[in-house]
Design a protein around this ligand. Structure first.
Ligand SMILES: Nc1ncnc2c1ncn2[C@@H]1O[C@H](COP(=O)(O)OP(=O)(O)OP(=O)(O)O)[C@@H](O)[C@H]1O
Ligand SMILES: [Mg+2]
Length: 278
């Protein structure tokens, strides 16, 4: 069997997809600012036939791997879509048409219809924003700590809901919707909030902006499903809840594929497998 791997070198994380002896997909990731560790991991794999690469930091990876192997480049969006199609199918989702929102360091939104796909937009609000705002507001920099604390935090003393504004009146829209992320703080002047509540609210902001954005494209394309991917969702139950609830409120169906952080790496891997076959 030929031994191949796919690597997606993103702004924050470098994701690797490879096949074990049984032909099952396996994953590993490294910080993109430690490409030496990626190099060592690759060298430890022994004899590789080919490496598929994608992602915005591919050039830095190429430099680190100069002497290593034949490298096949595939552009990021093509790799991502290839990987998403594969993962959807593998996990039993029969979705032919959808919006795909990739919450990486920043966020990229795509529209897929059968074999056709196009990048429809993006926003700078993403996983990098989550880490950046969390660091500035709470001093916590570690993703795992952020997602764990956010999961037990409450947003009710920081976010302003529609029903908080329309006191004692019927609300023109769902009263439980956020009227203003962080908006209650300025009104109540309660500046001191528990760290977990601040983190939950940051994550609420990031999740709601991204969902709002994705829904607009889903409405425009008249498509039901929105598939959310990217490592920002990794074991991140709170972010998933924020996104799923809001997407459903807006009458669309959220879809989360397992291994969602690795779609690009899977695409880069599939690209060389196909290349080897044809
Ligand atoms: N181990 C980790 N270390 C740092 N951030 C992590 C980790 N795991 C998940 N994350 C979150 O995932 C985000 C990165 O997601 P992802 O790997 O999909 O992006 P990327 O491919 O590096 O970036 P882009 O596609 O925008 O170039 C981080 O900003 C952070 O919020
Ligand atoms: Mg990426």
């Amino acid at each position: 069997m030929t031994k191949v791997i796919g690597i997606d070198t993103g702004g924050t994380l470098t994701k690797i997809a490879h096949l074990d002896a049984q032909g099952e997909l396996q994953y590993v990731s490294f910080p993109s600012n430690d490409l030496q560790a990626v190099r060592e991991w690759i060298l430890a794999q022994g004899d590789l036939d080919e490496i598929g690469v994608t992602g915005g930091r591919t050039e830095q990876l190429r430099e680190a791997l100069q002497d290593v192997k034949t490298i096949h480049y595939i552009v990021e969006f093509e790799a991502t879509l290839k990987g998403v199609r594969y993962l959807l199918k593998q996990q039993g989702h029969q979705i032919d048409e959808c919006i795909i929102t990739n919450i990486g360091t920043g966020t990229s939104v795509h529209y897929m219809n059968g074999n056709h796909d196009v990048r429809v937009g993006g926003t700078g609000i993403g996983g990098g924003t989550l880490i950046g705002l969390s660091t500035l507001m709470t001093g916590i920099t570690d993703f795992e700590e952020i997602r764990t604390l956010a999961n037990v935090g409450k947003r009710e003393h920081i976010d302003l809901l529609v029903e908080d504004i329309y006191q004692g009146m019927d609300t023109p829209i769902d009263g439980k919707l956020t009227a203003s992320n962080f908006g209650k703080v300025g009104i109540t002047e309660q500046g001191n909030q528990p760290v977990e509540d601040v983190l939950a609210t940051i994550q609420g902001l990031v999740g709601e902006v991204i969902t709002t954005f994705s829904i607009q494209y889903a409405d425009e394309k008249k498509t039901e499903h929105i598939v959310y991917i990217g490592s920002t969702l990794s074991d991140n139950a709170h972010l998933e809840r924020v996104i799923a609830n809001y997407t459903r409120t807006k009458k669309h169906s959220p879809v989360f594929v397992g291994d969602h952080g690795f779609a690009g790496a899977v695409g880069a891997l599939l690209n060389i497998v196909e290349h080897a076959i044809t």
